[in-house]
Design a protein around this ligand. Structure first.
Ligand code: ADP
Ligand code: MG
Length: 235
């Protein structure tokens, strides 16, 4: 497929404009969009804010290569850009991330028969949320799985905490986003080591992630401590 302007490039994919309404997301290293596309189509049916897909998303109906996904072009900054530009506060960013996680986990699982399982994003952080005129929209569904919601909270918290524990200019604002997210976690959510082990599982997954640099991996212990420190005491 003919591609236009490169709109964005993350760790795994390039996203090109097709026109004002559609973009092409293409894996650089031969990943497969099929599973993520089916989840996006299902979530859209349930009113969850994801980019609309062009054409039928179901397995076997797609005509594009498995590395390619054509979806609605979103207009607006990412939540990270909005944070850096000062158009959203760190507290708002954390609260919006928490709301997106809560809403995602209120959708019934698509395939799992375990009633505790939900669709998980597993990479829901401020660079994977775009702030559009219609509200925040969640992109980058390549890691999606079904499982316990605490694991999704653990992954989001740990991703933020790794940045907050580092020494870049982002550390201070991202620490405030993390504090806000953890405040919005809610007393019923099991994430910590003493609850369900979901945070430990999130750490294991992050440590095994080949796209993480050595310096990022080194921050995992400090990141875990920071989450403990910033988690509000529960009565
Ligand atoms: N539907 C979209 N509309 C406009 N830009 C997009 C869209 N999806 C992704 N992008 C841009 O492309 C970037 C990379 O896309 P993403 O799906 O997050 O891939 P990666 O897995 O490589 O992070 C995003 O950060 C964003 O800037
Ligand atoms: Mg991304």
């Amino acid at each position: 497929m003919q591609t236009g302007e490169l709109l964005g490039s993350g760790r795994s994919a390039d996203v090109f404009a097709i026109d004002d309404h559609w973009v092409l997301r293409r894996y650089r290293d031969g990943g497969d969009v099929t599973a993520g596309a089916a989840v996006m189509a299902y979530l859209a049916e349930h009113g969850y804010p994801v980019p609309r897909l062009r054409g039928p998303a179901g397995a076997g109906h797609r005509t594009e290569p498995r590395t390619d996904l054509v979806m609605q072009r979103l207009h607006g900054p990412s939540m990270l850009q909005a944070l850096l530009q000062g158009t959203i506060t760190a507290e708002e960013a954390g609260a919006r991330l928490a709301d997106l996680l809560h809403r995602l986990h209120s959708v019934p699982a698509r395939v799992s028969v375990d009633p505790a399982n939900r669709i998980l994003h597993l990479d829901l952080h401020p660079d994977n949320v775009m702030i559009t005129s219609g509200g925040p929209v969640v992109i980058d569904w390549c890691n999606t799985e079904e499982g316990p919601p605490g694991l999704d909270w653990g992954m989001s918290a740990l991703i933020l905490a790794q940045v907050a524990a580092g020494n870049t200019a982002m550390a201070a604002p991202v620490r405030a986003v993390l504090a806000s997210l953890l405040t919005c976690l809610g007393p019923t959510m099991a994430m910590g080591n003493t609850d369900s082990g979901c945070l430990t599982e999130a750490r294991t997954r992050r440590a095994a992630d080949p796209s993480m640099s050595e310096s990022e991996t080194h921050l995992l212990d400090d990141a875990m401590d920071l989450i403990t420190e910033l988690t509000p005491a529960r009565p």
